[in-house]
Write a protein that binds this ligand. Structure first.
Ligand SMILES: *[C@@H]1O[C@H](CO)[C@@H](O)[C@H](O)[C@H]1NC(C)=O
Ligand SMILES: *[C@@H]1O[C@H](CO)[C@@H](O)[C@H](O)[C@H]1NC(C)=O
Ligand SMILES: *[C@@H]1O[C@H](CO)[C@@H](O)[C@H](O)[C@H]1NC(C)=O
Ligand SMILES: *[C@@H]1O[C@H](CO)[C@@H](O)[C@H](O)[C@H]1NC(C)=O
Ligand SMILES: *[C@@H]1O[C@H](CO)[C@@H](O)[C@H](O)[C@H]1NC(C)=O
Length: 660
């Protein structure tokens, strides 16, 4: 009896070992049952799962290792929660079927998956960043589907990847800079990608990139257009490599500047006169003391890295006359390198690109504003930034950098941080974060397709409060006037309380007489010289911005009958005086449900106080903030501002920028 029981037990154990866990078996059955298939794919419930067509188990039949069902006429969506339950799966091939819908998300959590072959189906949607969880993955083939969206930067997390086939989909945007050391096969041809091919991928053949009409750069034959005409002899491949010294902590690469590179730098900076001098001095010094060149370069690099002139002790062992020459050459080299350096300010150091990369970025014009032209630049490393090319700067290099360094210290979530600048004789550039949601101006007045969206009352109140808080912070914490408050400088974020003002405090950099009207009706009447804005003139501009939010009308362009020059405050005053108050409000607001009319009237009163003709009659920004907070108290908008808001917001934006 006991013997029989033992035998039964042994049999039971044996049959367990010969079969994957029930969970895997039923997951497989659920998959097949949920996915219609044309041909009879007979998975017989009474035979062991490891014997089923396409199923391969491990040696002990304890788990399913491979599932290969290519071209078996599977049709439809892959049910969630089926294949994801095969925890030991290493190979999944469902290629050449007619599967559609999203690539099932639970596949991305299979810890041991090495190969995923889904090519030749009708999968659509995007590849989620979750794909990076497949850390064991070596082969990923998604070719010939209907996938769209951006190719995720997160693919960089797949350190074991050997082949990546994404050709024949509808992927768009720019190629992320993939630095996968083991990658041997790479194909993104026949998608809708644009921008420049990152250098890290330029080693693959042109056929890897074919059929993307807007891709440019090596290995393709058509080069990328530089996004702005670079200064004469700007850094080109090779020669200009050392053209800028990255200051970021992240990139510890210290480049030794050779004499030639120093020369290239000088040219790049457009300092042709200086070039001759530097060349002469460097060459003389080099010929006097063979081998000194490298040393000079190193010192120059170290010096520029700290933004200092190098210490004279560095050449202690040389004869005094030579050392003087070298010191001179070093100083000149440092100065020349300094000249073409992209300088990061504040927390801008989290970016780690240099001037050359910036010049190579694919870019598009965002707009021409009062300070110059803005470009959106997509860098190879994946970050997206805004580059502003300033015009008519009168400040000297020193004034410029001192001022930008101090502006770099401004931190507030309602102020767009300055990240970096570049100053040369011919070019003055500013680098800021890119906020994809665009400006208030585009949102309110843009044409359809260029960012026009409806904005409900709550978002408008929050935008007003954000602008007021930003300006108040400049006034109270930094004693600086903004000088350029307008709706095109109020950039929106997904968090409606985190809209940020840009282009602040730049007025003093510009030439005094450059005709720089604080364009479009934001300028306070008493302000004669746009270079000397006051706190009160900022308040006036804020008031105009509030009126713009209330009326939906563009300032300076407000007259109802279209006969021109009546500005927004005067138009509103005239309407309110005749007691048509309700007439001033944006019809869109009224249509969206006018339950907030009391709040609208209250903000209108604040706005009218701000645009008072006499500067002294206008409230201070701190009071403006308080008044708006009080209006919004019914909506939980009273929450006092988080003092450290700036940090979180900019990180959020950066990460968004990284995976465009
Ligand atoms: C595993 O399953 C296959 C197919 O059913 C069978 O042929 C094989 O003998 C089994 N191996 C073990 C160790 O049970
Ligand atoms: C399933 O397998 C069992 C035994 O292996 C067999 O008797 C039965 O006919 C099979 N059923 C089908 C539908 O093939
Ligand atoms: C591809 O996907 C889009 C939606 O993303 C859909 O409109 C289109 O019909 C799909 N094409 C095919 C061939 O399935
Ligand atoms: C690239 O394509 C994306 C989306 O398709 C678009 O938003 C972007 O403006 C394009 N960039 C360039 C430089 O053409
Ligand atoms: C990439 O795929 C396309 C077809 O989608 C093919 O024509 C091309 O040869 C492939 N390129 C490489 C390098 O394999």
């Amino acid at each position: 009896m006991a013997a029989l029981r033992l035998l039964l037990l042994a049999l039971a154990v044996a049959s367990c070992a010969a079969e994957p866990p029930q969970r895997e078996r039923s997951a497989l059955r659920a998959f097949l049952a949920g996915t219609p298939h044309e041909r009879a794919l007979a998975w017989n419930a009474s035979t062991p799962a490891c014997a089923w067509v396409g199923v391969t188990c491990d040696a002990t039949n304890a788990t399913v290792l491979e599932l290969r069902l290519p071209g078996v006429g599977l049709i439809g969506r892959v049910p969630q929660g089926t294949l994801g339950a095969l925890r030991g799966l290493r190979v999944l091939s469902l290629r050449s079927n007619r599967l559609f819908g999203d690539v099932p998300g639970d596949l991305f959590s299979l810890p041991d998956l090495r190969s995923l072959f889904l090519q030749g189906n009708l999968f659509s949607g995007s590849v989620p960043p979750d794909v990076a969880k497949l850390t064991a993955l070596q082969h990923l083939a998604l070719s010939r589907n209907n996938l769209s969206g951006a190719i995720p930067f997160a693919l960089n997390g797949l350190a074991n990847l050997r082949s990546l086939r994404l050709d024949g989909n509808r992927f768009s945007g720019s190629l992320p800079s993939l630095t996968l050391p083991l990658l041997e096969v790479f194909n993104v041809s026949y998608n809708q990608l644009n921008g420049s091919i990152p250098t890290s991928l330029a080693r693959f053949p042109p056929e890897s990139f074919a059929g993307n009409l807007q891709l440019c750069g090596k290995p393709l034959s058509h080069p990328c257009e530089p996004f702005f005409p670079s200064p004469a002899g700007a850094p080109t491949d090779g020669a200009g490599r050392g053209g800028s010294v990255p200051v970021s902590e992240k990139k510890k690469k210290k480049k030794k500047l050779s004499g030639a590179a120093v020369a290239a730098i000088a040219v790049g900076a457009g300092a042709a006169a200086l070039l001759a001098l530097v060349l002469l001095v460097v060459c003389t010094a080099a010929s006097r003391r063979r081998g000194a060149n490298g040393e000079v370069g190193k010192i120059a690099a170290a010096g520029t890295q700290r933004g200092l002139t190098p210490p004279s002790t560095a050449s202690g062992e040389l004869t005094s006359s030579t050392s003087k020459e070298i010191a001179l050459a070093t100083a000149a080299a440092a100065a020349a390198a300094e000249r073409s350096r992209l300088v990061f300010v504040g927390k801008g150091a989290a970016y780690s690109f240099d001037l050359e990369e910036l010049l190579r970025a694919s870019a598009e014009v965002l707009g021409k504003g009062s300070v110059g032209t803005s470009y959106k630049a997509v860098l190879e490393e994946g970050a997206t930034v805004v580059v502003k090319r300033l015009k008519e700067v009168a400040a000297s290099r020193r004034e410029f950098s001192v001022h930008l360094d101090s502006l770099g210290k401004v931190e507030h979530r309602n102020l767009l941080p300055f990240r970096g600048y570049y100053f040369s004789k011919d070019e003055k550039l500013l680098v800021c974060d890119y906020l994809p949601a665009g400006s208030l101006s585009a949102t309110l007045h843009g044409s359809r397709g260029t960012g026009r969206r409806t904005m409900d009352w709550d978002s408008r109140m929050r935008a007003a409060l954000s602008a007021a808080r930003g300006v108040a912070h400049l006034h109270t914490a930094h004693s600086l006037a903004h000088g350029n408050v307008k709706s095109s400088n109020l950039l929106l974020r997904p968090d409606p309380d985190a809209a940020a003002l840009s282009d602040y405090c730049l007025h003093q950099l510009f030439a005094p007489l450059s005709a720089r009207p604080n364009a479009g009706g934001y300028r306070a009447p008493e302000l004669v010289d746009a270079r000397r804005p006051t706190f009160k003139s900022d308040v006036y501009s804020l008031g105009v911005l509030f009126l713009e939010l209330l009326t939906g009308k563009s300032p300076g362009n407000a007259s109802v009958d279209g006969d021109g020059a009546v500005d927004l405050p005067r138009w509103v005053q005239s309407v309110v005086r005749e007691e048509w108050t309700a007439e001033v409000f944006d019809v869109e607001l009224v249509r969206l449900g006018g339950s907030a009319e009391e709040e609208m009237v209250a903000l209108l009163q604040v706005a009218m106080a701000c645009v008072a003709t006499a500067p002294d009659a206008r409230p201070d920004t701190a009071d403006v903030v308080k008044m708006i907070e009080e209006i919004g108290s019914g909506h939980g908008r009273t929450t006092t501002e988080e003092s450290e808001g700036g940090r979180g917001a900019s990180e959020e934006d950066r990460s968004r920028g990284t995976t465009p």
